[in-house]
Design a protein around this ligand. Structure first.
Ligand code: NAI
Length: 483
């Protein structure tokens, strides 16, 4: 079986070489096809950080094992890591965090075992990077949460939890504040949960989740979150089990999967042969299991666990009174321990059952077909306008000559209502959101919205506009704070 390998930047080549030498010593039957990705590819003028040949190879092989890659600063280019995840729709980012004997943490010392799997949505959310300056003083980021995108990652999390024999699956969210976006994610979570009655499914607000994770991490099993919250929570979990050196990651899509460590290129220690290769190794083991090489993965993992139990360490962890090994020595110790069984958490040596790689041709995109059946109508629009005036004169200008089919419902500033009612204590910036709704929620046309735009244009610079939709009796927009 062939897989694509990108060595990466910084410590990437050092730790990748070490991990592959261990795979070779263990007789892993994989052939590695190197691909050109990373900083040096940006420097050659490829704006997405990979050559067309690299893209073609990865798309034909379906598996990429990659080292960390640097995003050049200040060149206006996007991270190749994020581009790869998004281009190939690796919608689920799975990160497993487990207590490792020999890696001391406050929890291991307190005898509290950790076995947490975080599934982070990998495509949507603020990671779309759709950002604009609306006025000189006001920046806006658009946060997309979609029903089919949420369903893909949540279904993956439930399937994985079922296979793992998990006792609990939890949705982390902030739906109390982001009622529409996180509300949608949570709604989809409970819809999918109905198909998995054997799993205890529940939800926790993300701030409470963080507090509970640092006090009782053993209460959680599988946790699924949106992209940004998942990013933050999974780094928190890395801290619980000993740091970035032990945090693996699998980016799972239906056709292409990417396996990489959570950490970056560690420029401060690059070229010194002292980096900890464990996170990349654990990512590689997840890849072997994904490909069906259960036996090889278990044998290598047992050697790793045995090595850690014996006190062998790289400089970033372990008993500082013992000398640290360099990357090459650490991997060689694991190689020497192949065939040994650790005292704690030994993995059973199952039979290898390699999967058959599928050649896939995308003919149509199934997510684009909505299952919505309720009537949809436009009932108004939010106009974001630039102004340094107070709310009342802004309202008076809008109301003068407004089409009588519509009414000005509210004006808010930074999401807080300032008209018709507000507080003198609300601080204002030079941008208002003015909500125009049709009377009695009558359906209106896009032409009428355009006429409203022209009405606003006479008095204001319109910075942005957002259509107000309804599905049946359900409003597709949030209320302003205080409305
Ligand atoms: P980083 O993860 O590279 O380093 C943070 C700290 O952890 C440093 O002190 C580093 O020495 C240490 N560290 C990281 N991995 C280690 C290892 N395996 N062994 C021992 N110590 C280790 O994060 P930073 O400095 O924020 O980012 C550096 C570069 O990496 C940036 O260009 C960033 O864009 C890129 N990056 C790439 C990622 C990827 O390829 N998936 C992920 C995160 C960052």
């Amino acid at each position: 079986m062939k897989i694509a390998i990108a060595h990466g930047d910084g410590i990437g080549p050092e730790i990748m070489k070490a991990v592959l030498s261990l795979f070779d010593a263990a007789g892993v039957p994989l052939e590695y096809v190197p691909v050109d990705m990373g900083k040096w590819v940006f420097d050659k003028g490829y704006n997405n950080g990979m050559t067309p040949e690299a893209q073609q190879t990865i798309e034909s092989l379906g598996i990429l094992f990659k080292g960390p890659m640097e995003t050049p600063k200040g060149k206006g280019v996007k991270s190749v890591n994020v581009t790869a995840r998004k281009t190939w729709n690796t919608y689920a980012n799975k990160r497993v965090f487990q207590t490792l004997h020999g890696v001391d943490t406050v929890f291991s010392k307190a005898g509290i075992p950790i076995d947490l799997t975080i599934v982070r949505e990998n495509i949507e959310d603020t990671y779309g990077g759709i950002e604009h300056m609306l006025t000189h003083d006001v920046a806006l980021s658009r946060r997309f949460i979609t029903r089919p995108g949420s369903e893909q990652v949540i279904r993956y999390a439930f399937e994985m939890a079922r296979k793992k024999g998990a006792r609990r699956i939890t949705c982390g969210h902030k739906a109390n504040i982001m009622k529409i976006t996180d509300g949608l994610f949570l709604e989809v979570f409970y819809e999918v949960a109905k198909e998995y009655p054997e799993l205890k499914s529940d939800d926790v607000i993300v701030d409470d989740l963080c507090m509970k994770m640092v006090t009782r991490p053993d209460l959680f099993d599988v946790v699924v979150l949106t992209n940004l919250q998942g990013d933050i929570v999974s780094d928190l979990c890395a801290g619980l089990v000993g740091g970035l050196g032990f945090a693996p990651s699998a980016n799972i899509g239906d056709h292409i999967c990417i396996f990489e460590a959570v950490h970056g290129t560690a420029p401060d220690i690059m070229g010194k042969n002292i980096a900890n290769p464990t996170a990349l190794l654990l990512s590689g083991l997840a890849m072997l299991r994904h490909l069906g090489f259960m036996g090889h993965a278990a044998r290598i993992e047992n050697a790793l666990l045995y090595t850690l139990e014996s006190g062998a360490r790289t400089g970033d962890f372990g008993d500082k009174s013992k000398p640290a090994l360099n990357t090459t020595e650490f991997i060689q110790t694991i190689i020497n321990n192949l065939g040994k069984t650790p005292a704690h958490g030994a993995r059973p040596i199952l039979e290898d059952k390699p999967i058959t790689p599928t050649q896939y041709k995308l003919e149509k995109n199934p997510l684009i077909m909505s299952k919505e059946t309720m009537d949809e109508k436009i009932v108004g629009a939010d106009f974001f306008v630039e102004s340094e005036e107070q709310p009342t004169p802004v309202a008076e200008k809008i109301l003068a000559g407004l089409n009588p089919k519509f009414e000005l419902v509210t004006i808010s500033n930074r999401g807080t209502q300032v008209w018709p009612k507000g507080s003198v204590f609300t601080n204002l910036v030079n941008q208002y959101r003015c909500r125009i709704e049709s009377k009695d929620a009558a359906a209106c046309t896009q032409e009428e919205i355009l006429e409203l735009y022209q009405h606003f244009m006479k008095e204001f610079k319109v910075c942005s506009i957002e259509i107000l939709n309804m599905w049946g009796e359900k409003k597709g927009y949030s209320l302003a704070q205080g409305q």
